[in-house]
Design a protein around this ligand. Structure first.
Ligand code: ATP
Length: 439
């Protein structure tokens, strides 16, 4: 049973991510770009599995659910209507001595600067976190546009298109996965707070009278997602309702899903009852009525929205923290990522014991890969023990070894990542073993 807090530290995960090709600092050879990261082979696979799990969980939770991909750039008018130009800001403060910059709500201004130990603060200023850019060839006739700081607004402004083209009725959900950009004052904790990141957001359009009940429904479904689809340790996950003074300008009620990181309980997802704020604002600012006609009531109403919003990268980091484990095996340290098999980037590894077994094991490997499309790897270098460690460290649930006996008895050895137990199984049982692990 796992303890309440992960055995991992941020430093260990950063090093593991780079060493094994999950995540690299962006533009590293030029000194790096703060708060921006690139994803390597294993990271790309892990992210893909997280996205797939999310889409699956949404489809299972509600039958009326459609997909959407909005643009990354939005005109100024959208962000004026959404309230982001006026409200999407964080308080910023600088140390006059060492010039270090902080989010003012991250530190105690009654105390001295954590960096240089002096106490000499500038005034607190509000800093808008959106990235602004100009459209058009010349700056003179350019139009201002913004990189989206959240994915949701593109869904709201397309609400009528989505409804009519999909021929759906309230209630229904619209899910979207895509990049968002925030000029965070202090990007930190690796993938936890980035400037370019990805969100998975779902907007649930409902009647005003069901919004409170639907909000409760989605909170439950989202907790189920973390437990059953992602496999996070249940007692490291909790829901926390926002206090009244914490609520965003649009929210009638918000609860965060929080995870118990080694640096404390932190938000991984926001679930909000947004009321009819967004559709009303966009109706008023665009002059296009986004109300819906209720055939039964013979009257129009402005749908309410319940939103669920989680960052792919922040969840990626959470999954790593949760899966990371260290243990001593025969006097040596074993690092193992205990991913849920459906989330694991590589499902199984295939080893020939010596050069002699390369050919027959390769044949089994190639045939299975072609037939199933499973993400599996073949590895012939180093001792079997070393190969096990290599695949434990990236969370591969199963390893199969072809040895001297295999040609005679038609069996390989399967070794389980978590228990390290081994058993001999027939060649034609390999596929079933992988399938069973993925259930
Ligand atoms: P925080 O208080 O941590 O800044 P927030 O309340 O501003 O987060 P939301 O606007 O609710 O975050 O965004 C929804 C989700 O998007 C967050 O729960 C998080 O998973 C993710 N997210 C937000 N900002 C970032 C960021 N800078 N880097 C990585 N993920 C982020």
């Amino acid at each position: 049973m796992k303890s309440k807090v992960s055995a991992a530290t941020l430093d260990k995960l950063v090093a593991l991510c780079k060493r094994r090709g999950f995540v690299y600092q962006s533009a590293e050879i030029y000194g790096g770009l703060n708060g921006v990261y690139d994803c390597g082979h294993l990271g790309t696979l892990l992210k893909k599995n997280i996205r797939t799990a999310w889409v699956q969980s949404m489809k299972e939770a509600a039958s009326s659910m459609v997909q959407f991909e909005g643009s990354l750039l939005g005109p100024q008018s959208v962000w004026e209507a959404s309230g982001h130009i006026a409200n999407f800001q964080d308080p910023m403060v600088d140390c006059l001595e060492c010039k270090h910059r902080y989010r003012a709500d991250d530190i105690d201004l009654e105390k001295s600067c954590p960096h240089c130990g002096k106490k000499s603060w500038t005034d607190v200023r509000q800093f808008n976190m959106m990235f602004k850019t100009e459209l058009g060839a010349s700056v003179d006739n350019a139009t201002s546009a913004y990189l989206r700081p959240e994915t949701a607004q593109a869904i709201f402004i397309n609400f009528k298109n989505i409804m009519s083209s999909n021929r759906i009725k309230i209630p229904f959900g619209v899910m979207q996965i895509g990049k968002a950009f925030r000029n965070e004052i202090t990007p930190k904790q690796f993938l936890f707070r980035m400037r370019e990141f990805e969100q998975m957001e779902m907007e649930w359009f409902c009647k005003p009278e069901t919004a409170a009940k639907d909000f409760d429904f989605w909170m439950q479904k989202r907790l189920d997602f973390y437990k059953n689809f992602i496999g996070l340790t249940p007692d490291r996950v909790r829901l926390r309702a926002h206090e009244k003074d914490e609520l965003s300008h649009y929210s009638k009620g918000t609860s965060d899903v929080e995870y118990n990181f080694p640096f404390g309980w932190k938000e991984i997802e926001g679930i909000a009852n947004r009321g009819n704020f967004d559709l009303t604002q966009h109706s008023n600012f665009s002059g296009k009525d986004l109300a819906v006609f209720d055939e039964q009531e013979k009257a129009s109403f402005m749908p309410h929205v319940v939103e669920t919003s989680v960052g792919v990268d922040r969840l990626f980091l959470t999954v790593l923290f949760d899966a990371y484990d260290e243990e001593e095996v025969e006097g040596e340290q074993r690092v193992v990522l205990r991913f849920k098999p459906t989330i694991a980037p590589i499902k199984a590894a295939f080893f020939p014991l010596t050069k002699k077994q390369v050919e027959p094991m390769m044949a089994l490997y190639e045939a299975l890969k072609k037939k199933t499309g499973f993400e599996i790897e073949f590895d012939e270098s180093g001792s079997i023990g070393k190969r096990y460690r290599r695949y434990d460290e990236v969370g591969t649930p199963l390893c199969f070894t072809f040895d001297f006996q295999s040609e005679e008895d038609g069996k390989v050895t399967v070794r389980f990542r978590d228990s390290m137990k081994q058993e001999r199984i027939a060649f034609d049982a390999i596929e079933q073993f992988i399938n069973d692990a993925l259930q």
